[in-house]
Design a protein around this ligand. Sequence first.
Ligand code: CTP
Ligand code: MG
Length: 232
Amino acid sequence: MQRPRPRHVALVPAAGSGNRMQSGRPKQYLEVLGRPLIRHALETLCAAPDIDRVYVVLSVGDQEWDSHDWSDLAPRLVSLFCGGASRADSVLNGLRAIRDEMADSDWVLVHDAARPCLAPWHLERLLSLSDDEVGGLLAVPVADTLKRDDGHGHSVETVARERLWQAQTPQMFRYIMLRRALERARGVTDEASAIEAAGLRPRLVEGDASNLKVTYPLDLHMAEWILANRAR
Ligand code: CTP
Ligand code: MG
């Protein structure tokens, strides 16, 4: 008997408080081109033909999500109010919340709410991994010369940038593999580290710098510029 095609779902952790933005408000709701920052990536994910469902993980006490109109993204978009203390906890809580809807071999694409410039071509590149056993992540080879400091602002070492990549999201792994890896490797800052800790090797899929994470105030301006200047 032929096995059913594994599904692809997106899981978007959006339960952070955006402290480094210093805006006094979670950054996922800051306005970017007239819309909440998080809406840009959600629209791209919900419009992707190969993504069946998009789950957003919000903090338990989220005050803002329900004040926006998301009806145009229904029924693909589903909100889960189960965020945790760290990003990894939010992702794991989300994976647990959807367990009844997932087959072990289904793919989960975890994408930061804070990366609004996700484009269809980024997704296409990552989805080309669907025949892979392990999965992988979007990433960009490091371009700059890297320095290690002495803890007091002086350079002590130049770190060779060969074979170094900057990890981005989405990161795409099989549902059960990812859940088990995150259950064991607590405190990781991305899914790929949990998979690596399980002894597996996520594939690095070359993306580009336009898929930046909004962390500091300047990033918000750069994201807005990228979205405004991108041919849609
Ligand atoms: N995130 C989450 N749950 C947490 C912390 C972070 O779902 N407990 C999410 C954020 O909402 C964001 C993504 O993980 O979409 C990446 O995290 P980061 O850029 O660090 O966002 P914040 O934690 O909100 O920002 P900061 O670290 O500056 O407070
Ligand atoms: Mg954070």
